[in-house]
Design a protein around this ligand. Structure first.
Ligand code: SF4
Length: 374
């Protein structure tokens, strides 16, 4: 089984915290979609013999595509790839795009899941982030999607912003619970280099991230999710029973995926590949059949570190038996190091599987770094 990720690199406006690849000019949209169609066709052999079970349109803002543009791309996929019957087809969408008219058009496409960038249900937070939508859009788009027949929804929320008090963070979560959203991803705000937010922090126009404030909101998140019946199956991802995101779960369990579009990443089990993060250069390269990507063959050490980094963030944890695949004394070394965290109450060991405790999840980055092979 494999997945396809398609990067749509356009946004209406730049969110202050965002360092993804996108352009706010839509002038090249048509020729970029042609280039994406071509990339889908020329790379089909990379998934030869594999069945595609998920397609994820991410970005950028894929909800800037019309229903007709999505259907055309879908035609290219169906003609070139072997598809599973029960597919998960996710479109990332911004709340202000999900109008009843657009939703009624999308219901005629194969899209069966939305990932909606809500981020907050409060105007002050949204203004701080420079989101294109307001609190009213955040609320009504979910109801509109559900009314149009889309029940398989996931939303993103952001915590740790200087404008988000603990009470407001709880209220944000409660709004999501009231709306019966089956899957919720929650991310701590980070200040990424070369973003507007980094500039504002540097020049004193915005407060820097308060790590204690963020850690307290992470603890609120864990307790509120548990109280409302959501399972934390990955550090940032929560769902009602069995409503796991198939596409993202496949990333975390090492399945293969093809990344199409500028800045998209691919993984085939041994090699990582990333496309150029420049729309014009991507379009020209596809037109002229020249190279538009770089690759890295993962060493055994890279593969070990990636396994630790992804598996330890999930409820499925790190299997000590699986580590025997790396030979030598890798398993013994890992178990000796992991037991230090078990004794500190930061990890648990059940049989041969190691997972993070709630306390361990708060400091997951440093635990994971300590368990990397140098
Ligand atoms: S809509 Fe998403 S991709 Fe676009 S700028 Fe905002 S966070 Fe970044």
């Amino acid at each position: 089984m494999a997945g396809i990720y398609i990067h749509i690199p356009f946004c209406k406006q730049a969110c202050h915290y965002c360092n993804f690849h996108f352009s706010t000019s839509l002038k090249q949209k048509d020729i970029l979609l042609e280039a994406i169609h071509k990339e889908l066709k020329v790379r089909k052999e990379e998934l030869a013999g594999q069945t595609v079970e998920t397609v994820y349109w991410g970005g950028g803002t894929p909800s800037l595509l019309s229903a007709a543009e999505i259907s055309e791309m879908w035609d290219v996929i169906t003609k070139n790839y072997t598809l599973k019957d029960d597919l998960e087809l996710t479109l990332e969408a911004n709340p202000d795009d999900l109008t009843p008219a657009y939703l009624n058009a999308l219901i005629k496409t194969p899209i069966n899941r939305f990932s909606i960038g809500i981020q907050s249900f409060f105007d002050e937070d949204l203004a701080f982030m420079n989101r294109a939508h307001n609190a009213s859009h955040a609320y009504t788009c979910i109801q509109a999607a559900q009314d149009a027949g889309f029940d398989n929804l996931t939303i993103d929320l952001i915590y740790g912003t200087p404008t988000t008090s603990h009470e407001r963070w709880k209220a944000n979560l409660n709004k999501a619970f009231e709306l019966s959203i089956p899957h919720i991803s929650c991310y701590a705000l980070t200040v990424e280099p070369k973003t507007a937010l980094a500039h504002f922090v540097k020049t004193g126009k915005a407060a820097n991230i308060d790590d204690d404030h963020t850690a307290e909101q992470f603890e609120i998140l864990l307790s509120e999710m548990e109280r409302n019946g959501y399972e934390q199956y990955e550090i940032s991802n929560f769902c009602l029973p069995n409503k796991y995101a198939k596409h993202n779960s496949n990333y975390w369990t090492g399945k293969h995926y093809l990344g199409i579009g500028p800045a998209a990443h691919s993984f085939n089990g041994r090699t990582r590949r990333w496309n150029i993060a420049n729309n014009a250069q991507y379009i020209n390269a596809l037109k002229n059949d020249t190279t538009y990507w770089e690759t890295e063959v993962l060493t055994a050490e890279n593969q070990f570190n990636e396994y630790i980094m992804t598996a330890l963030r999930t409820k499925w944890g790190v299997s000590a038996r699986h580590l025997e695949g790396w030979g030598g004394n890798t398993r013994t070394w890992f178990e000796k190091e992991a037991m230090i965290f078990v004794r500190q109450g930061l990890m648990t060991k059940r049989g041969e599987v190691y997972t993070l405790t709630a306390k361990g999840k708060i400091v997951s980055d440093s635990i994971i770094a300590d368990l990397f092979l140098d």
